[in-house]
Design a protein around this ligand. Structure first.
Ligand code: ATP
Ligand code: MG
Length: 419
């Protein structure tokens, strides 16, 4: 026998018996974002590498360590998308979609690729719901994006997931804060990890969210960003808090949140769950007013988030929440004999044309084995067809739960006779 091939490390298969959980989740997500007026955007799985170098930022872990980059046969540098925002902005700019009116509210559910160390809640191919709100400068836009995330979690029953917010300022106030940070961290640089030593020069803000214990211990006493905001950023943050309070969205201020991506300005936030270990950030987002210009567009204010679906599913499981059951066949047509076999197929097709979920035997099983199978797949009604049923065009449908029996006139629509 030939050797079996395994799936690549850090990838996951979803079996036909598990996929309903994904569908139920995705349907719920689509339903909620639709309530807020977000419309789906679809972009390609791969982009020119340059997009992410500029759009995610070359001081980030994503760009430095995690990208799936390769040369295609045309000698172009191509990268599998590590996130969805850069592609969305690229598409919106390229297609002139903002000309249709503002604000633009777009969402996507897609797979992202990052070369990371695989563990629970951290994969090399994972899935995200992202929402992006373009064109609105006001803090109410930040509040609405955050409220969308909070609403999703509420609708899923995930009240244990907590919202943390922060503001990281803008190009006006951040340089001064950077100086303050550097002054502070300069005294501790010897005790920090190698990555942080590089961050010290390139992006000191990033020193605040290093996951190494020795670094986070140092970061604990660092100067706090919201105490160094310019008036505009300060007012924006106050407005956001006021709006969230008014909308009844619970939050905590966490001054250590800076987010991993370079393009964030002002608001940053995370929804965090404590019950699934260190991969507890279910959703992260913020405002990124600088990204459109970075990608060659005009100034367009923007705010959005990315929500990890694998982490959502882990959280649902940890909380013991089920979003529902898989669908079951409404009717199974069993057969005895050659004539009845083809008749069963005709009837199953007829039932489907009436909108029912219907199945019949494909395995040439005995009647007993067919009934056992119907039971296993949880068919609601079973109908046994033999020569008599074929001749009389009449058969008995049995409700497998209530054991109730209904005589069907098979020349008439099936569905309404079962009600
Ligand atoms: P982390 O700090 O956990 O690495 P991140 O800051 O890199 O997260 P984002 O780029 O903001 O994450 O992505 C948004 C969301 O996507 C995260 O909050 C998380 O739920 C999910 N996510 C990110 N990376 C992965 C991954 N490798 N596997 C599974 N989910 C992920
Ligand atoms: Mg990451």
């Amino acid at each position: 026998m030939a050797q079996k091939i395994t799936g690549p490390r850090g990838t996951q298969d979803v079996s036909p018996y598990e996929s309903y959980k994904w569908l139920l989740l995705e349907n719920k997500l689509r339903e909620v974002v639709d309530q807020y007026g977000f419309k789906e955007i679809r972009t390609p799985t791969f982009e020119h590498t340059e997009l992410f170098l500029r759009g995610v930022g070359d001081t980030t872990d994503i760009v430095n360590k995690e990208m799936y980059t390769f040369e295609d046969k045309g000698k172009r540098s191509i990268t599998l998308r590590p996130e969805g925002t850069a592609s969305t902005v690229r598409s919106v700019l390229e297609k002139g979609i903002l000309n249709e009116g503002l604000p633009l509210k777009a969402y996507y559910i897609l797979s992202c690729f990052r070369y990371e160390k695989p563990q629970a809640g951290r994969l090399r191919e994972f899935h995200q719901l992202g929402i992006e709100l373009f064109g609105a400068q006001d803090y109410t836009a930040d509040a609405e994006v955050i409220a969308t995330g909070a609403r999703i979690l509420k609708e899923l029953g995930l009240t244990a997931v907590k919202l943390n917010i922060n503001s990281i300022g803008c190009p006006n106030c951040r340089p001064k804060y950077h100086e303050k940070l550097k002054e502070y961290f300069a005294q501790h640089i010897d005790g920090m990890c190698e990555d942080c030593k590089a961050r010290f020069e390139k992006n000191p803000l990033r020193l605040l969210d290093c996951k190494e214990e020795k670094c986070s211990a140092i970061a604990k006493n660092a100067p706090v960003v919201i105490e160094h905001l310019c008036d505009e950023c300060h007012d924006h943050f106050e407005g956001l808090k006021k709006t969230l309070d008014a909308m009844g969205v619970d939050y905590q201020i966490n001054t250590k949140i800076v987010r991993g991506l370079d393009y964030y300005t002002k608001t940053v936030f995370e929804f965090v769950y404590d019950g699934i270990g260190s991969q507890g950030t279910v959703c992260g987002g913020g405002r990124y007013d600088g990204l459109f210009e970075e990608l060659g567009g005009n100034h367009v204010p923007a705010v959005g988030f990315g929500m990890g679906l694998e982490r959502l599913l882990l959280t649902l499981e940890a909380e013991g929440i089920s979003l529902g059951e898989d669908s079951v066949p409404e009717i199974f047509f069993a057969n005895i004999g050659e004539a009845a076999k083809v008749y069963a197929f005709t009837l199953a097709e007829k039932a489907r044309a009436e909108g029912m979920r219907a199945q019949s035997d494909l395995m040439g099983r005995s009647l007993k084995a067919q009934m056992k199978y119907a039971d296993k797949i949880k068919a609601i009604y079973t109908v046994v067809l033999g020569d008599d049923e074929v001749a009389n065009q009449s058969a008995v449908a049995k409700n497998m739960l209530t054991k109730e029996q209904i005589t069907l006139d098979l020349t008439k629509p099936i569905r309404e006779q079962l009600k």
